[in-house]
Design a protein around this ligand. Sequence first.
Ligand code: HEC
Length: 640
Amino acid sequence: MKLVLTSTSLSIQMAMLVALLCAIPAAAQNSAPGASGATSSASSSASPSAPGISGEDVYQKRCAKCHDQEGSRAPSKDALRKMSATRILRTLDFGLMMAVAYPVTRPERDAVANYLGTNLAEAPLPAAAFCSAKVSIMSGPANDSWAGWSPTASNARYQTAERAGLAPAQVRRLKLKWAIGFPGDVTAFAAPTVVNGTIFVGSASGMLQALDAKTGCTHWVFQAAGPVRAAIVAVPGDDSTSLVFTDLTGWAYAIEAKTGHLIWRKRIDEDEATRLTGSAVTLDGIVFIPAASWEETRSIDPQYTCCTFRGSVTALRVRDGSTVWKTYMVDPAQRTGTNSVGTPQWGPSGAPIWSAPTIDTKRGVLYVGTGNNYSAPATATSDSVVALNLKTGSIVWTQQALANDTYNSSCRSKGINCPPPNGGPDYDFGSSAILVRGPNGKEILVAGQKSGVVFAFDPDAKGKILWQTRVGTGGINGGVQWGMATDGQKVYAAVSDVSGVMNTAGPVGGATFDPAKGGGLTALHLEDGSKAWYAPSHPCDPPRPGCSPGQSAALSLIPGVVFSPSLDGHVRAFSTEDGEMLWDFDTAQSYATVNGVAAKGGSIDGAGPVVVGGMVFVNSGYPRNGGMPGNALLAFAPEE
Ligand code: HEC
């Protein structure tokens, strides 16, 4: 275990890679219900422990101080021993212990889950959840689609009137049509993809589902090795459609859309901390996969060797998962020194890519937005928009919005691994750059930063900055987080700007956020970045634990209407003309579900709503940083 934490030598990384490769077949089972619609139980199990890591040691070091304490709220060790290893792993990955577990590496998680838990399988869904034989998969009209992070590779998150099937007057009459619960989860953050009337959506437990959009019944489930939050990419082939997606533990998968059967799976990077949050995009039989990392949070631990992860894009053939090219955003890390408790330090690192790349076929390039460096030295590719050659992956140009932004999560508490002088300010481009033709006929790239500033870059002049406009105050969890949307007239930018006391090292949910600070939605004219209108946020009323007015989730757009969900649990729709609020629904409540899994809503963050065929699909529940937990996927349609 010491070695994993303190060495970055190639042999150790290879050993971990082998451990992970061995682990996968057991964890990535998949199954489909029989023709009768009977249930299937795709069970995931914790991976076998990496050699040399003792689950008991991990327990003593990371868990005992709370779980061995009598009279504490934490369940006793005996109680934990009655849970399945799978459930314990899920609790660490994306359950109640998520915040506690940030510094814990994957092999350590596997070791402690296997040490404590039973090897009983779990049945993820009741039999009643599955569709009857009469409902066939992907049998809806071709127009009933929103495939990937955005309906098109420009990342505008704009659904045409024809595909949305929803006029502004109908948005005012949206009512809940059905809800499902994600079993055993406290987070619902996966971006839904819709193809011909079938929803494909991941979950915090790594269970992927194919659902009928009209009724919410389940066609099949597939169990991935880790949580899946990125949108699933649909790639139509000669005789079948493939789905490509990634998980938060570094794996990419291709499965058959109709059956959920695995075609291939592959680890995207040898780095153990690889975290695949940004959705892949596809062109001509190739998928482009962006990579980010858990290293930023692991560095809270003074014993963690910070940092070696390198942000990257990997291009793979959809057919067989073979690599076409791979481009890193920073050079390989070198040993740079030793921190004050004797842990080696490495750099450069970081410049991760958290969001879906943007495809520009006209110029033959792919654009990505990068985050900060994790350790010194700083590089010219952090907090930047970078253009890569689509065919070769070579970097064509880089436009940096902020230099010298070297930060990791230890800086939140003046921790030992925080790069000097103070670290930060942590102003990532966390969301995709959008390629759009403005009303003046000129194509521009617009991107929102965590600084609270929206930039327009010139794709014909190496990303020269054309205008920049401040729309929020910005911060570590501030500014533009998950993404803007544009209709070719205006660009719409909501900000998080969440403020108050976040959860750092306890069970998730229930932070004391400022109930009146944060959020706000601004519409900017594309030509010059001038403000068209501003819709203020709504204070939490009444204030409730884990509630903030912050609007960090991605926006979604149909002609005349922009949707903006909030950490306060509401999803709201605004007129694109003047920002008038057309619709407001409080998702933080309990639901009767069509899949028979108890469901609750909470804060909304990450993926934005998806609008298809007269319906709106919204995930609710996001306790990261202390927001309100939840496990619901909600479907809305206008009242007749
Ligand atoms: C800072 C204290 C603390 C630490 C450290 C901690 N836990 Fe917990 N844990 C809690 C508390 C408190 C709860 C009960 C939360 C609740 O019910 O609201 C809990 C609950 C759990 C549960 C039950 C979750 C459920 O779904 O009911 C599991 C499993 C768990 N912890 C595992 C772990 C493991 C494994 C570790 C070590 C890697 C760990 N915890 C470290 C405080 C802690």
